[in-house]
Design a protein around this ligand. Structure first.
Ligand code: ACO
Length: 335
């Protein structure tokens, strides 16, 4: 019987820092409003021409994770790429990583689960390792949001929240059943698909149709978010799915070494922290510096926490996410 464990972590953030003060110059917003509602102080945005894209950032994070796992790229036998902002409508970004890392014919699969994408990808990789099919799986979460946001007052409720970046992990086989991924829990509820979505263009409404309308009110090519509804659902689902993980592993909340929630909004993370009576040092947040990077947020935070010495052998780590779909999930890790 095999288990899977994370053996290498990596992250990449574009150099360009966009502060709340920078946003104040291009839309009607304020540092106070943004910090009070979301906790965000600054985020990173790709600058056109800096050579970055969703896959390029993912590749940079992946190279670090692979090196830290003590592997060569050719030892990776499966690539999972979680993103809502792929380089192309199709094919997915995973194949671009396969080509760039020069791993001949390595299978690559994209995971389209938005903010829950990394949790879904880790759970998927875990199953492929448990069955014995693969030994070393590269899991990437990467997002290039800034190019597709409405950076005007009209889009401010969304555009101030999101940032660009990438994180990656290598998951490898272990024969020790009490280490690594102990359980994962995944859910979705398509009833609320349009509450947090980008619906146009889509296969029911191709670009020429949208263009022919020439309707200035039609902004379906920008993301839409029913913020308060998302908030209310997020706090409930985060709590449920973390509780389920605790019950499955038999851990209590005091034993959690580090909860790494998807960095949706600092207020959501604080709500969850309070609900489980966790100390400050038991929850990792970095949304203040990077904004919400969707599928990239957990691997970026995990990497940063690891680099700061907050994730060490024996730590009990909980990953949890909620997002568009709606989708949500948790992963319980004995590091
Ligand atoms: N700057 C200044 N004012 C703003 C901004 C902004 N960036 N955005 C909205 N406002 C205004 C609105 O226009 C509105 O003004 P009005 O009262 O004159 O109409 C007022 O602020 C309140 O707007 P609401 O949308 O009701 O603000 P709310 O208090 O709900 O906060 C927020 C918005 C932060 C998005 C909140 O709903 C939230 O946190 N929702 C959770 C969603 C979330 O975290 N999403 C992250 C992505 S999804 C995910 O990762 C799970």
């Amino acid at each position: 019987m095999y288990n899977s464990k994370i053996t290498g972590v990596g992250k990449y953030l574009p150099e360009n820092i966009v502060t709340n003060a920078d946003l104040e110059k291009i839309m009607e917003t304020s540092d106070e409003w943004i910090q009070e509602r979301t906790g965000i102080k600054e985020r990173r945005h790709i600058v056109k021409g800096d050579g970055n894209s969703t896959s390029v950032m993912g590749i940079k994070a992946a190279r670090i994770a692979i090196a830290r796992a003590g592997l060569e790229p050719k030892e990776i036998d499966f690539i999972l790429f979680a993103t809502l902002s792929p380089d192309y409508y199709f094919p997915g970004s995973g194949v671009l990583v396969q080509e760039a890392l020069d791993i001949p014919n390595c299978p690559a699969m994209d995971i389209r689960m938005q903010c829950s994408g990394f949790v879904y990808a880790v759970a998927t990789a875990d199953q492929f390792i448990k069955t014995g099919m693969y030994q070393n799986i590269l899991v990437i979460g990467s997002e290039y949001h800034s190019g597709g946001l409405d950076m005007t007052t009209r889009g401010r409720n969304i555009s101030v929240i999101f940032g660009d970046g990438a994180g990656a992990v290598v998951m490898s086989r272990t024969t020790n059943p009490s280490e690594g991924i102990l359980s994962s829990h995944l859910y979705s509820q398509g009833k609320y698909a349009e509450e947090l979505s980008l619906i146009g263009p889509n296969t029911g409404r191709w670009v020429p149709e949208i263009m022919a309308l020439n309707d200035p009110e039609d902004i379906s090519y920008y993301p839409y978010m029913n913020g308060q509804f998302v908030f209310k659902n997020a706090v409930v689902r985060f709590a449920e799915v973390i509780q389920e993980g605790l019950e499955k592993t038999g851990w209590n909340s005091e034993q959690i070494g580090l909860l790494i929630p998807h960095q949706a909004n600092l207020r959501i993370a604080q709500f969850v922290q309070k609900k489980f009576r966790l100390r400050e040092d038991q929850v990792y947040n970095n949304i203040q510096r990077y904004g919400n990077t969707t599928a990239a947020s957990i691997p970026i935070a995990l990497t940063e926490a690891w680099e700061e010495g907050k994730v060490t052998e024996g730590s009990k780590i909980v990953l949890a996410a909620f997002g568009s779909g709606f989708t949500w999930g948790s992963v319980m890790i004995q590091w």
